[in-house]
Design a protein around this ligand. Structure first.
Ligand SMILES: Nc1ncnc2c1ncn2[C@@H]1O[C@H](COP(=O)(O)OP(=O)(O)OP(=O)(O)O)[C@@H](O)[C@H]1O
Length: 371
């Protein structure tokens, strides 16, 4: 069946085997064939040279080369095709789990990164994840909503940035390592925000979010304040969030708090896209021995119990801390390292989970239309 968003200019005779081959290529993250996943947008042929356009709903630029090679090899078995020219693009939709809240101008999707408890590495994960999404081809911004300990200015190496207001209404965002950033830490000195009560803090954050002049962004990452209290709840109700991610360590206490986080997002109808287990294991730099200082399998157990994906597990690694302290997070300072590979894998999974959420919500709408 030819869908409205597709432009297939092949004879029926050729179209059918080409689509069969593309459908047999199952995307590892969407878990569907490329045709069912609606990634195949255009097909044409001239002089036995097939032109194929793929549009992914999640960013996966580091995989393009392998994907093109694999597809080309499979299509080359057809006699009618001598060469394949494959163009790949990434185009997320505008999507919020809370459609009653006005969208943020220029921002397609908002991802809240939360933790039930402080110190589990939420900000470290949020920053590396934002940079990993960028490395996979997305335009990304990050809002430091960790009002009682804004750490993103230091983590991105821009502690002295001060927003400007060219129009007297909006503030500029900082640009670091290719991503945009805004933080209460750019405006307040020392502990000024630490004395704010919940509603004041949530109000200030909503203002910071809405009054920032964000450039065109595919994803805005919000580094939430740690915990599951009033500020987090209010913030979740004021921001058009597309989905949330919970960062935890495998420790019992952190896991108990992560469960509270899942429950909190459930209350405000924000889907939890997955759990990231941080400081999951320690690799001895001397002998390579793997230790589990905070216990084992905690993240995967709660992921299973609450039926949310475990997006990935990060080691406790000195380079993660040191590169953050230097303002050049692992994903940019050591792009070829195993740790950066884990962050990029999580970024692809997260983008795909968001895309799948939208499919689920579209299905719900079309069912009610038929009634
Ligand atoms: N996987 C890791 N390996 C080594 N150090 C880490 C790792 N993750 C985080 N850290 C370090 O742990 C400390 C706390 O991390 P971070 O500030 O990201 O936590 P947080 O959960 O955001 O804390 P809070 O919520 O209190 O602001 C930092 O010094 C950071 O560099």
């Amino acid at each position: 069946m030819v869908k409205s968003h597709t432009n297939y200019q092949l004879s029926d005779e050729l179209l059918s085997p080409v689509l069969d081959i593309l459908e047999a290529f199952v995307d590892p993250y969407l878990k569907k064939g490329l045709v069912s996943a609606e990634c195949v947008t255009a097909l044409s042929i001239s002089d036995k040279r097939l032109q194929l356009s793929l549009v992914y709903p999640y960013p996966c630029m580091t995989q393009y080369r392998d994907t093109v090679m694999a597809i080309t090899n499979r299509l080359a078995v057809l006699d009618a095709i001598d060469e394949v020219e494959c163009e790949i693009d990434f185009q997320p939709r505008v999507y919020s789990a809370l459609p009653s809240i006005a969208p943020i101008p220029n921002v397609k999707q908002v991802i809240a990164i939360a933790s039930g408890k402080g110190g589990v590495g939420k900000s470290t994960t949020a920053v590396n994840l934002a940079l990993a999404l960028k490395a996979e081809g997305a335009e990304v911004g990050i809002l430091d909503a960790d009002i009682y300990g804004p750490s993103i200015p230091l983590m991105l190496g821009i502690p002295n940035f001060r927003p400007q207001s060219p129009d007297g209404k909006h503030m500029t965002a900082a640009l670091a390592h290719g991503i945009s950033a805004q933080s209460i830490g750019f405006m307040l000195s020392g502990d000024e925000a630490a004395v704010w009560r919940g509603p004041m803090a949530a109000g200030a954050l909503a203002q910071l979010l809405n009054e920032t002049q964000w450039p065109e962004l595919d994803y805005l990452i919000i580094d939430m304040p740690p915990g599951t209290g009033d500020i987090q709840l209010t913030l979740s109700q004021k921001v058009p969030v597309s989905g949330a991610v919970i960062v935890t360590t495998p420790q019992d206490i952190a896991l108990a708090d992560a469960k509270k986080g899942i429950t909190m997002f459930g209350k405000v109808n924000i889907p939890v896209l997955g759990i990231i287990e941080n400081m999951s294991f320690h690799l001895c730099p001397e002998c390579g021995h793997k230790e589990h200082p905070f216990g084992t399998h905690g993240g995967s157990q709660i992921a299973q119990k609450y039926n949310v994906p475990l997006l990935g597990s990060l080691p406790l690694h000195i380079n993660i801390r040191e590169s953050m302290d230097n303002g050049t997070p692992s994903v940019v300072s050591e792009p070829e390292s195993e740790v950066s590979g884990i962050y990029r894998e999580i970024a692809r999974k997260l983008g795909a989970e968001l895309a799948l959420q939208q499919v689920t919500s579209t299905v719900k709408i079309s069912i009610s239309d038929d009634e």
